[in-house]
Design a protein around this ligand. Sequence first.
Ligand code: Q46
Ligand code: ZN
Length: 336
Amino acid sequence: MKCRKCGGRAVLELRRHNTAFCGPDFLHFFQHHVLETVRRWRMFARDETVLVAVSGGKDSLALWDVLHGAGFRTTGLYIDLGIFDYSRASKTRCEAFAAERGLDLRIVAVADEAGAPIPAVRDATRRPTCSACGLSKRYIMNRAALEGGFPVVATGHNLDDEAATLLGSTLRWDESSLARQTPVLAATHPKLVRRVKPLFRMSERETAAYAFLRGIDYIVEECPFARGATSITHKELLNRLEDTSPGSKAMFLQGFLDKARGLFQERETITLLECVRCGQTTTGEICAFCKLRDQVKRGGRPADRASAPEPPDLQDPPAARGLISDLHAASEIHAS
Ligand code: Q46
Ligand code: ZN
């Protein structure tokens, strides 16, 4: 297999593009596609400082690497979820990444904002863990950006994440999720910061290969609460489709963005107000995060409960597709 650009030995075949690249040319291809996405979707301009939400995983660190490498002004934001060893290990990766490159990294702990770490928030609120976590992350991201004066937050969602979310929303015909499915969530209120996903056209496998070839030290383990998540089943279904018909994921997502999203967006008539407690946006009087914080307080949970509940078994074989594709991409490169 030969590199399409230089004719040298290829390390990675990209079936959906009907091509293959050597290491340096793949890195160039990846960077070019991400920067082209930023430009075409007008995600941010050169004079804007981007707050990059990093989790310690391959996607967000690869994104930070591309943006920093291209000369964008960036600051990292790590949200410490307080999820046992997983959070400790992922925080260490983010700190090391930032320190090696002399980049600024801000750290906000859910325990400080909500009154308890995610596992205890879940217990106190009886919400599904990922629902409590997602709400907390969105709230903290927006507030950190507003308080820090950042006009835009970039997250590491990739093509597989976005296609799986779209499949889930479509199966439920969840109109408001479909209306919000976009690589650029505009700031539709002065208290709302623009949120962008520059990796949405890059597959998980491509991102894993990029992180590997760039020597980025990222956390390979998935969050222990990801196991068994419906989104992973959706990713597996889409991977099967992709295997038999390369390009299916991209076609599904891009087709929706081009042809259908506007229809759902037109029907969304949400009026945003400011929470009377914290000033963040809400559709009612008090925002969902302030309500969650109240529930945690009523639950009498002490602030530091990071290790109190029984952690899921981290030694289990990983079911998450991300890890499988990481290893797959890495072994392909090693094998070459
Ligand atoms: S939502 Fe759920 Fe993730 Fe939060 S609890 Fe873990 S799996 S980290 S993207
Ligand atoms: Zn509030």
